[in-house]
Design a protein around this ligand. Sequence first.
Ligand code: SAM
Length: 152
Amino acid sequence: MKLMLAAVGRAKKGPERALFEQYASRLKLPLDLREVEEKRPVSGPERKAREADLLLACVPAGAVVVALDERGKTYGSEAFAKVYGGWLERGAPCVAFLIGGADGHGDAVRARADALLSLSPMTWPHMLVRAMLAEQLFRAQSILEGHPYHRA
Ligand SMILES: C[S@@+](CC[C@H](N)C(=O)[O-])C[C@H]1O[C@@H](n2cnc3c(N)ncnc32)[C@H](O)[C@@H]1O
């Protein structure tokens, strides 16, 4: 079992990337980061559709697919830990988290996703979303293990 984060855009060296790497490195399951980019000058629905294809091409067969979307379901951290634990127990080879680009996710991602996960109803910059997701995965891991980190 591994975790995968497929995301639109390439993270430059900087605080968001450092924060993501800090939390990702504390996860016991390997977290494979795959960055995708549409290089052709397309916009709007065409860009969204192309980015959806690029993201889905990263997803291994049989993976649990979780699309990050502000319109998705929100959880408290304890409730999220239970849901996350359920995904891990499904026996899938991978839990794949997908982060969209400036225009959000295309229809193909929504159709394939097993869950739409919101970190809040607000829209956050996608590079920050990577770090926030990694922190919540680490928090969920701590909750499932009964580690005191999650009380902080
Ligand atoms: C800058 S946002 C683009 C939002 C886009 N305008 C939309 O309507 O979906 C880029 C990506 O960051 C992620 N994202 C931003 N805010 C989020 C939130 N509150 N919860 C979950 N994911 C979020 C989503 O994956 C989104 O596709």
